[in-house]
Design a protein around this ligand. Structure first.
Ligand SMILES: [Zn+2]
Length: 325
């Protein structure tokens, strides 16, 4: 049985029977609820538009951090590129020039690292800063390739330096006698022979020094001739230095090396004497390049200062008498 409701009528000042139907009440309630829900949704939308949730705030901070880190990485890559550019410059303009190698072609250094498909995996993904990450990956790959090429170039330079070191060690570069122990008596060229009294070619330099003065190898090499003779060069030593260089030391009092023996520049090989075709103790010194005798004066550069060098050139150019051969 439905309940009977009374409401107070203010006009008649009496309680009268409530004539509103149940459906009216439901309708009113529904309207009230709709307005309330509408207002609430409106308020929530308003709030979320103007204020961030803690999760959103966290995400926004994350994004800011990522942007900051990307910018930092770009800076670091730029610094590495600058350092590498300096290494590349020195490689091409100094090391390769000194060692006689061609600079590496720019197109090789700047070559790409493969097609655009390389970053397809990243492109397929959906996330913010995708393009920035692809750009970063490209920069790193380019840098990696440049470093690889530079490291290969350095390997080559090291190889060249090692072989050049051997070459430099093989070039006669000092005098066979200590510089304050001799007198230069005869230079390279036509000289008067004191024994035959003939004016003829003198294919070496004569260093006059007391008998027994040490004679040194003028470059690294292998002794390939030792000879004892009573004429000509007398007691002599010849050293093969490789790369076409050879030296000859003649009129020795004695030699202390054997054929096949390796010697270093500055190593004692024998002593000054006056054996063979000679008039007084001296060492007759010859330098050969590819079997041709050259003026040894140009192969003393290691142990003379410019003044001493100028003096020795002047002395060697005076046409005088040789001390034998
Ligand atoms: Zn001589």
């Amino acid at each position: 049985m439905a309940k009977i409701h009374y409401i107070y009528d203010t006009e008649s000042c009496k309680y009268v029977r409530d004539e509103r139907s149940t459906s009216d009440i439901i309708l009113n309630t529904m309207m009230f609820l709709s307005v309330t829900i509408g207002l609430s949704v409106g308020l929530i939308l308003l709030y979320t538009n103007y204020f961030e949730s803690p999760k959103e705030l966290l995400l926004r901070n994350d994004v800011r951090e990522i942007e900051f880190e990307i910018a930092e990485l770009e800076l670091r890559i730029n610094t590495l590129n600058t350092v590498l550019a300096d290494l590349t410059y020195r490689d091409d303009r100094v090391y390769r020039v000194v060692l006689g190698a061609e600079p590496i072609d720019k197109s090789i250094r700047e070559a790409g690292v493969g097609g655009s498909a390389r970053y397809d995996d990243i492109r397929k993904k959906q996330f913010a800063h995708k393009e920035a990450i692809i750009k970063l990956s490209e920069s790193i790959d380019k840098l990696r390739r440049k470093v690889y090429i530079e490291s290969k170039s350095h390997d080559e330079i090291v190889q060249l330096a090692v072989s050049k070191e051997k070459l430099f060690a093989a070039i006669p570069a000092i005098q066979p006698i200590s510089k304050n122990k001799y007198t230069l008596t005869s230079g390279f060229g036509n000289r008067f022979d004191p024994i035959t009294h003939i004016f003829g070619p003198h294919p070496g330099i004569d260093f006059a020094a007391p008998s027994g003065t040490p004679i040194y190898a003028t470059a690294d090499g292998v002794v390939d001739v030792t000879e004892i003779a009573f004429t000509g060069y007398g007691k002599k030593v010849e050293i093969d230095h490789g790369y076409g260089y050879r030296t000859r030391y003649a009129h020795m009092n004695a030699f202390i090396v054997k054929v096949g023996q390796s010697v270093k520049r500055g190593e004692l090989i024998g002593y000054v004497g006056s054996t063979g075709h000679s008039t007084a103790p001296h060492v007759h010194y010859e330098v050969f390049i590819n079997r041709a005798q050259v003026n040894p004066i140009y192969y003393f550069f290691n142990d003379l200062n410019p003044t001493e060098y100028a003096k020795i050139i002047e002395l060697a150019s005076v046409e005088n008498q040789s001390m034998g051969m």
